[in-house]
Design a protein around this ligand. Structure first.
Ligand code: NAP
Ligand code: ZN
Length: 367
């Protein structure tokens, strides 16, 4: 009989105006560090809603860039420590959410963040409230935080049980201000979490339930994503699907798509979800050889007839950007061999070799 754990300690509150209705529940201490990107927290209306209900003093760190760096989290951690913050409110896409998680660790552990990758940290992170303004990463329900590491020329995930936010407030209206291209990029990140989670070597009966439900829900958004007709019900489905994706990868990890996608973001400035999207059709072709039934199930739930139809869908979203990716064969080799060093490859069905990864990457960008 199968044995598994299912750990997801974040309280999820979903729906219209959940932040405004949170009242005291939003308050997890006596002074908050509020962490945001440069504009989205304001633009989405989420910051104003938080400030309306917040009853404690706070300091604001509103400088998290896309794909946050070590330097940024150090600055935020320092601010939290100097200002005496004892909890964190993170508002934004995956970048501010992830950065806030590491700041919550640095606030109580005076160390250099790269140390955390080697030896972890001693004191548990400050409690954190997560309010996503993109529907993609699922960071509001994961124990992961991804940072850009200049020293290693890559992006790398930190993980720890105390990185799960205490509470996540999910209001789809905050995602309405997203432009169509970011909506698609982030939606495809959510799709990749659902697909990779379902096709992970660490998938369990419980994670499958979540992934399958999320895939069916994501499938309902395909047509509106293509037409750009994104009403409240579509925004709501995307946000829920992205959280289901987060809950899935919290159990299963991600696979080779994320491992090969990171260098496309680091070296070529490709947004995270777009990098995954460009790789996913070839990933499914490869995985179909080793787990055909699972891949067929993904296609059925998305109501797509074939792998080619899946490829056409990704092409519709992303082929316009492929011109920005002209990789030399040396670069392809380098990215594939570096990917083999990541944990994500061990999660991938079929135990892909560096040659197979090279083929997937080559076929993905030379279309
Ligand atoms: P993001 O980098 O957080 O944001 C992308 C852009 O969208 C930014 O310019 C941001 O503006 C803008 N934006 C965000 N919300 C908006 C809104 N409601 N209206 C208008 N603009 C908005 O994108 P993301 O895809 O959500 O996050 C990507 C990061 O998450 C990557 O670093 C990735 O590696 C990581 N990730 C983490 C996990 C996890 O489990 N922790 C999983 C997958 C990916 P601002 O400048 O204001 O921020
Ligand atoms: Zn992702």
């Amino acid at each position: 009989m199968e044995k598994f754990n299912f750990f997801m300690p974040t309280k999820v509150v979903f729906g219209q105006d959940v932040v405004k209705q949170a009242g005291e529940d939003l308050v997890l201490g006596s002074k908050a560090l509020i962490v945001t990107g440069r504009s989205s927290a304001k633009l989405s209306g989420a910051l104003d809603d938080v400030l309306e209900v917040l009853t404690t003093p706070y300091v604001l760190f509103a400088e998290v860039e896309n794909n946050p760096t070590v330097e940024t989290v150090i600055r935020g951690g320092q601010l939290a420590r100097e200002a005496g913050c004892d909890y964190v409110i993170a508002i934004g896409g995956g970048s501010p959410l992830d950065a806030a998680k590491v700041m919550a660790v640095l606030a109580v552990n005076d160390s250099y963040p790269l140390e955390f990758y080697k030896n972890g940290w001693k004191t548990p992170a400050l409690p954190l409230v997560a309010i996503p303004t993109t529907a993609g990463t699922g960071s509001e329900v994961t124990q992961y935080a991804v940072l850009t590491i200049e020293e290693e020329e890559t992006k790398k995930g930190l993980s720890g049980p105390d990185l799960f936010p205490k509470v996540a407030y999910l209001d789809p209206k905050y995602t309405s201000s997203l432009p169509l291209d970011v909506t698609i990029d982030t939606a495809v990140d959510a799709l990749s979490h659902l697909v990779e989670g379902y096709l992970s070597g660490r998938a369990t009966a419980a994670s499958d339930l979540v992934a399958l439900q999320g895939l069916a829900l994501w499938g309902t958004t395909i047509r509106p994503l293509k037409t750009g007709d994104l009403d409240d019900s579509v925004r709501s489905a995307l946000l829920l699907a992205s959280s289901l994706g987060g809950i899935t990868i919290a159990q299963t990890g991600t696979t080779l798509v994320h491992a090969l996608g990171y260098p496309l973001t680091y070296f070529h400035d490709y947004p995270h979800g777009r990098a995954n999207g460009v790789l996913m059709a070839e990933y499914l072709r490869y995985t179909h050889q080793v787990a055909p039934e699972r891949v067929e199930t993904v296609l059925e739930l998305l109501e797509l007839d074939s792998l080619d139809d899946f490829g056409d869908l990704m092409d519709q979203f992303f082929s316009q950007y492929l011109g920005e990716l002209s990789l030399s064969s040396e670069q392809i080799q380098l990215y594939a061999s570096r990917a083999t060093l990541t944990r994500n490859i061990a999660n991938s069905l079929g135990n892909p070799s560096v040659e197979q990864l090279t083929k997937i990457l080559e076929a993905s960008i030379m279309r």
